[in-house]
Design a binder for this molecule. Structure first.
Ligand code: SF4
Ligand code: MG
Length: 322
């Protein structure tokens, strides 16, 4: 199927300010040149440990952050340097669901106001009554009582608030939803309910998902394709099955070795423990950014950055072993 999103050599650096004059002392290289695409209708899982740049990547793609370098294409159109006033339609088509359902909703606005404001800004309906009815139908669709429209966020549980966050992302009928760890702040018992809801909504509303997670076990059931990030770089991108059955990048192999088996007949993997800590994104290692921790490091890994290559059909990896 066609690509809805494509990212080429995307970078997002944040300046480090220091001293009384707040001079820039270097940069945090949160995203340091990633390439991948998402096909229409699929769920792309973006995985990595905290600080790997996956959330920054999500926010840069949706243009909540200004990209530092590289290109972003949405439905074939280059949106990298579009100015804010030209992002109006894009904002409608790309929505985000955030991790923390407690801080992502405005505590002073009723659920109704939160849902109806975007409908008015984008002139989706002629009258307030129509907006209100539509907002109520969306509330119902995410499993909430339409009467909740008059209530405030503090009146709800975490799971209910995340359903409101999902309703807010849905009202403008977007094409792509970026979920930034949308279930990781919820109780385990609630997580699968919210994942099932997202899965049902995907078919019903014809959605494409970029699903960001730190946990490979969450994306395992939910994703069609998966990208693994490490220290601002993309290590590997593959179909879910290929990635789980035959991970090619040593970092993916280490991450997967930590995921508990989901079936007793599944082959037990030897746990790969990585040495050392994740280096600082302000001063990433030369060559392959993973070389300080890689069990297979070779001399030239320390000097030459491995390019992302399609080593098997639809299986991309950035590693000198391949
Ligand atoms: Fe390890 Fe070298 Fe591959 Fe990097 S390029 S993952 S250091 S083998
Ligand atoms: Mg699905």
């Amino acid at each position: 199927s066609e690509k809805i999103l494509e990212v080429k050599n995307l970078k997002k650096y944040f300046p480090i300010k220091a001293g009384v004059l707040q001079r820039t002392k270097g940069h945090i290289k949160a995203v340091d040149g990633i390439d991948f695409f998402i096909r229409k209708g699929e769920t792309f899982g973006l995985v990595g440990e905290s600080g790997c740049g996956k959330s920054t990547a999500g926010r840069t793609i949706t243009r909540l952050y200004e990209p530092t370098e590289g290109e972003i294409f949405f439905e074939g159109e280059n949106i990298t340097s579009k100015k804010e006033r030209h992002l109006f339609n894009l904002r409608r088509n790309m929505q985000m669901v955030f991790q923390d359902p407690y801080s992502s909703l405005n505590p002073r606005k009723t659920v109704g106001t939160t849902l109806i404001e975007p409908l008015k800004v984008h002139r989706m309906y002629k009258t307030h009554k129509e907006c209100r009815e539509y907002a109520q139908s969306i509330l119902e669709r995410v499993g909430l009582n339409p009467s909740f429209i008059n209530r405030y966020p503090h009146e709800f549980s975490g799971g209910q608030r995340q359903r409101i966050g999902i309703a807010r992302s849905l009202v403008l009928n977007p094409k792509l939803i970026v979920g930034d760890e949308p279930v990781s702040a919820l109780d385990v018992s609630i997580q699968s309910q919210v994942l099932n809801l997202l899965n049902d909504l995907q078919d019903e509303f014809d959605l494409t998902y970029l699903f960001i997670a730190h946990d490979l076990s969450v994306v395992k059931h939910f994703s069609d394709r998966i990208g693994v990030m490490y220290l601002g770089n993309m290590s590997e991108v593959a179909n879910k099955k290929d990635l789980y059955d035959e991970p090619l990048h040593p970092y993916t192999q280490a991450l997967l070795s930590a995921v508990p088996r989901s079936h007793p007949r599944e082959v037990k993997k030897e746990r790969i423990l990585l040495k050392g800590d994740i280096p600082s994104p302000a001063n990433p290692p030369t060559g392959c950014v993973f070389h300080t921790r890689c069990p297979f490091v070779m001399d030239h890994c320390k000097e030459v950055t491995p390019e992302m290559k399609e080593v098997r059909p639809n299986h991309f990896v950035a590693c000198h072993l391949h």
